[in-house]
Structure formats: structure tokens, C-alpha cells
Design a protein around this ligand. Structure first.
Ligand code: ADP
Ligand code: ASP
Ligand code: MG
Length: 484
């Protein structure tokens, strides 16, 4: 189906003000990719696009390693990285616009590189990378890409306005992983963007970046441009939010793990939110909740293959009771807590307080009469969390685990699925199987080193095995009970 020309998709029956188009790093990796973006925007013009863009591919990684290097080993290697980034952006910009426009553009971009040099110097002098400094460092990537895209669209003849995302996305002060403040962001984005749209201009802004109410720059956590797009889309009551990336849509699993992963045509908001939460990188975990709140469809589309059809994410699930996708979240740890008898009843509350103090979330919790097992991402503060928990219970923790998760509306009501799954990975050290806590997920822990293999085997079972064979297998294998 030609998704771009399909009017029933375009309008989705809503009276939206605009369409938000978010382009990820690979969609703007070089001049050719940026020209493709320009074509895609052109095809949406009468739906009033608002364009949100990530940094050029890999730039955020490079900025982060430069920032870290300057705190650890002085500013020199950081400055070399900054120089390489300057040259790359210069090459891309030169290819996109003519000489005179290039000079104007470069006059705007050059101070950003100067700022990076200064920040590298400051960080080296302090000997530590402060979170607020990291945010200023990393935010430069989206400043550069949005300015270059703005220039390219101008050059292509669009009436385009560059918007500072710090004016639109208002966040708390949790530097490096800030949360947008819903009401402030809505008010500011409407105040800033609606007049631009009403004047017939096309707004372009960087994703990932926001600012506190006091105007101090923040970032939304890695991959956060999806979340920027969702916040803007909801603030403006967009008819749809489009996440343009480098794959044909949300796939049955990460295509990097399983080359035979298939595109999923439709997902419910809840299914997509679980996929993102359990590690499907294609969507930032905070993307779906705002869209769901206002029932705005989210589309995941391929900027290199726009005709592929993409994935539509909407309120209602189709094909209830079927596994839609498999994810694996790596670098997780499991903590087993065995409370002293006197503490047992109050333990959950106290445990959650410890996690809240560390601003860390629990991925999964399983309870038994011995105590609790918790799954959390293996962050640097894991030893500190474990230490605090030791005041409450006997604590054991293990690292290097991966959380594998199957997602599909109401699969938790089909115990034969868990049975089939456990059968194909019966030679692996599987633990903490969780089925039914959410009706749409079945998850379990495996050794991190075997996560890819587990995903491949499950993908083969669930997406390549003919249904009658899989069901026959389930009948033989199914034995009720044994899940949390
Ligand atoms: P962008 O730079 O466009 O934001 P990301 O790298 O953040 O792109 O997300 C796209 C990548 O997500 C894909 O290249 C793919 O490797 C990975 N991915 C992981 N799980 C899935 C999945 N279930 N479906 C599609 N892509 C996935
Ligand atoms: N550029 C940022 C990152 O790489 C944000 C994003 O791409 O969504 O994390
Ligand atoms: Mg992304």
C-alpha cells in the first residue's frame, strides 16, 4: 500500500491542527538523507507539518564521549572530536546550500563549536562532568542538525521557521534524563508554534532538548527526540505523530538480531508502550503515553523506504491473544530480597522508597513467601541501592542478565504460549518468569550472553513455525501453574 498517498491514513478522521514529523539521526545522517527528508516534508505540506529532528547519526555518542574524555583526560581529545564534528557538519551544510547561504548558516553554527571547546576546557578544569554541563554539551547536536535542516528546507523553497526547542519543551531539573512538564509544555508549544503555523510557515525544531522553567537547558534521555515529538504533537492536537527512522516500522523483533523480523502493521498504544519499556529502541519509552492520553495515532515509518507502509499505533489492538513482538532488554540485574520477619509487611513500601530516592525504576517485581525478586537496569548506582536495601533485608544481586519479553494484547490469558516458549529455551538458565502481571506481556530473565539466541529461537517459533505445529507443541507441553 502506498502509505504516503493514502488519504484515509492522512486524515484519520480527526480535526488535527497539524502533523508532527520526527526524523531520527539516520534519517539526517548526510546531505542525501536530508534531501530525502525534504521530499517527505513536501509530500505532507498541506497537512501542516511540524518537523522535529535528532542530531546527525552518531553525533550524540561522539559528543558524550568527548564530554567524558575531557573530564577524565583533559580537553585535548575532546577538542579533536569537536574538530571532526565541525568538519562533518561543514561538509553536509556545504552540500546542501549555496555559497552565500552557507556563510550565513555557518556564522550561526560556528559559535556552537566554540562553546563545545569552552565546555571541554571547563570540564577538564573541574575534573568531573556535571549533569547540567553534559546537557549543554549534548544539546549542541540537535541545535546543529535543526539549523542545517532548516537551511536545507529554505533552500528547497519552503517557508520555514527555526524554533528553539528550549522555548517549547519545559522540563523538571533532572539533568540528562529530564521529564517534560505537561501543562507548561503544552502552553509554551501552543504559544510559540501556533502563530508560526497560522502564518503558513513550517516550524523546524531540534528534539531531545528542553529547558527548566528557569530556562536552564536539559535533555530528555537518550533517544528522547521521539518524546519531544509526542509532546509537541499532543500540545498542538496534531492529527498524527510520525516517527521517521531507518526500519520499515515496528518489527516483530529488532532486525539487527533477527534479519527475518517482519513489519507489524498495527499495534495498540498499550502494546507499543510495553515494547518501548522492554527495550525496543525504535520508540523512546515516554513517547506513547502522551499520544495515548489524547488518542493521537503514532506512525513509525522508514525515511529510506517511505512506501513500505509503516506501523500504525492506535487505541485498539487487533488480533487479540497473539504475540506481536519480542524484545530483549540487556544490562539488567536481579536483586533477591529476603526480609527479616518483622519487616516483611512493610518491605515493598520501603523498597520503592529506596528506588525513588535514587530516581530509579523497578522493571519487574515478583513476590513469593521467601521475599521479593526485583529486576532493574544495571545502572552505576546499583551497589548503592543494594547497600541501602541491606538495611531492610538480606540482599543478593546478580548482574549480566537480560529481560526477554513477549508482547501482545491478552497473551497473558493464554498459558500455552509460555509453555511453548519455555520449551524452546529449556536448555537455558531461565528465571523469574512473569506472566499475567500485565495481560499483554510474558517476560523472563536469561543470561545476557544468551539473550540474542533466546530471541532468535523464540522468533523462529512464534513467527516462522506454522500455527498448527506450534499449537500441537503447546498441547503436549502445557502444564498450568508456575508463573508469577
Ligand atoms: P532513530 O535514530 O531514527 O531514532 P533508533 O536507532 O533510535 O532510530 O531506532 C531504530 C532502531 O531500533 C532500528 O534500527 C532497530 O535496530 C532498532 N529496533 C529495536 N527493536 C526494534 C523493533 N522491534 N522494531 C524496529 N526496530 C527495532
Ligand atoms: N540525539 C539524541 C540521542 O542520540 C536523541 C535522539 O536521537 O532521539 O540520544
Ligand atoms: Mg530513536
Amino acid at each position: 500500500m502506498n502509505q504516503l498517498s493514502n488519504e484515509s491514513h492522512e486524515a484519520t478522521g480527526r480535526r488535527g491542527e497539524c502533523v508532527v514529523m520526527k526524523f531520527g539521526g539516520t534519517s539526517v545522517e548526510d546531505a542525501a538523507a536530508i534531501r530525502r527528508v525534504s521530499q517527505l516534508v513536501k509530500r505532507r505540506l498541506r497537512h501542516r507539518p511540524v518537523v522535529v529532528v535528532s542530531a546527525l547519526a552518531k553525533v550524540t555518542d561522539q559528543l558524550l564521549s568527548a564530554a567524558r574524555a575531557s573530564s577524565e583526560g583533559g580537553p585535548q581529545s575532546a577538542r579533536e572530536t569537536v574538530e571532526r564534528l565541525r568538519q562533518r557538519h561543514q561538509t553536509v551544510a556545504r552540500e546542501l546550500v549555496e555559497e552565500q547561504q552557507f556563510h550565513c548558516l555557518w556564522a550561526e553554527l560556528e559559535p556552537a563549536f566554540q562553546m563545545l571547546d569552552d565546555l571541554a576546557g571547563e570540564t577538564a578544569a573541574t575534573g568531573a562532568l556535571l549533569p547540567e554541563v553534559q546537557d549543554r554539551f549534548l544539546g549542541v547536536g540537535e541545535f546543529l542538525s535543526s539549523k542545517i535542516l532548516h537551511a536545507a528546507l529554505l533552500h528547497a523553497g519552503f517557508d520555514v521557521a527555526w524554533i528553539d526547542s528550549k522555548e517549547c519543551i519545559v522540563t523538571d531539573a533532572a539533568h540528562t534524563r529530564a521529564t517534560p512538564l505537561w501543562e507548561d509544555t503544552r502552553t509554551r508549544s501552543r504559544a510559540v508554534l501556533l502563530p508560526v503555523l497560522q502564518s503558513g510557515q513550517l516550524p523546524v525544531l531540534g528534539g531531545f532538548v528542553g529547558a527548566t522553567r528557569e530556562g536552564i537547558p536539559t535533555t530528555l534521555g537518550r533517544g528522547g527526540s521521539d518524546c519531544s515529538a509526542a509532546m509537541i504533537g499532543v500540545g498542538l492536537e496534531a492529527s498524527r505523530i510520525e516517527i521517521w527512522t531507518d526500519v520499515d516500522g515496528v518489527m516483530t523483533t529488532d532486525p539487527n538480531l533477527c534479519p527475518d523480523a517482519r513489519r507489524i502493521t498495527t499495534l495498540s498504544f498499550n502494546e507499543a508502550a510495553e515494547l518501548a519499556r522492554f527495550g525496543a529502541q525504535v520508540l523512546h519509552p515516554a513517547t506513547i503515553a502522551p499520544a495515548m492520553r489524547r488518542n493521537i495515532p503514532v506512525w513509525v515509518l522508514n525515511s529510506r523506504n517511505p512506501e513500505s507502509g509503516g506501523t500504525e499505533i492506535v487505541a485498539h489492538a487487533s488480533e487479540i491473544g497473539r504475540v506481536k513482538a519480542i524484545t530483549a532488554k540487556r544490562e539488567v540485574a536481579v536483586l533477591d530480597l529476603e526480609p527479616a520477619p518483622s519487616m516483611a509487611s512493610d518491605l515493598p513500601r520501603q523498597v520503592f522508597e529506596v528506588f525513588a530516592r535514587h530516581r530509579h525504576s523497578v522493571e519487574l517485581l515478583s513476590a513469593s513467601h521467601h521475599g521479593f525478586s526485583l529486576v532493574m537496569s544495571a545502572a552505576t548506582d546499583l551497589p548503592a541501592i543494594a547497600q541501602e536495601l541491606r538495611g531492610l533485608a538480606n540482599v543478593r544481586w546478580e548482574n549480566h542478565k537480560a529481560l526477554v519479553c513477549l508482547v501482545g494484547e491478552k497473551i497473558g490469558r493464554r498459558p500455552e504460549i509460555a509453555s511453548q516458549v519455555l520449551h524452546v529455551i529449556s536448555d537455558m538458565d531461565v528465571r523469574l518468569i512473569c506472566q499475567g502481571a500485565s495481560e499483554r506481556t510474558i517476560s523472563f530473565l536469561v543470561e545476557e550472553a544468551r539473550a540474542e539466541e533466546a530471541v532468535r529461537r523464540l522468533h523462529e517459533l512464534l513467527f516462522s513455525t506454522p500455527a498448527h505445529v506450534a499449537e500441537g507443541l503447546a498441547r503436549v507441553m502445557y502444564q498450568p501453574g508456575g508463573t508469577c
